[in-house]
Design a protein around this ligand. Sequence first.
Ligand code: FES
Length: 160
Amino acid sequence: MTFSPELEARFARMLRNYPPGRQKGALIPMLLYAQDETGAVTPELVQEVANRLSVKPVEVEEVIGFYSMLRRKPMGKYHVQVCTNISCLLTGGEELFEHACRKLGIGNREVTPDGQFSLEEVECMGACSWAPAVEVNYDFHHKMTPEKFDQLIDSLAKRQ
Ligand code: FES
């Protein structure tokens, strides 16, 4: 399996940060960065990462099964995550998620037909002081309202 030169360089830098015999610690970031490039964690990717870190594929599978941010199927170009955990729940997170479903016309962990957007209801993202929080790819959007959400989605849709 081949990756872009940029990702290969990133992997090399990452692995230098772990002492010999401890490179298994790079498993999660390696999977996340690879997923960003390939769109999803495929069986081929599992084998590739297992080979690179000298671990068994089943160990990689165990990690994938535990962390919901590692995905088996591709999400949209813009992956919209809406937190509905306690701080966000108390400040309208659930209503915001329902609004997001209506705005995008999709449900939890679904992708719009054009592949531009996907939506996911998530647990705490560590942005509780600025609830309700939304994350699109790696960008946080705080104190979100339905109106601000619509503006955000509309501006992203125009970037296509
Ligand atoms: S509860 Fe939503 S970011 Fe913490």
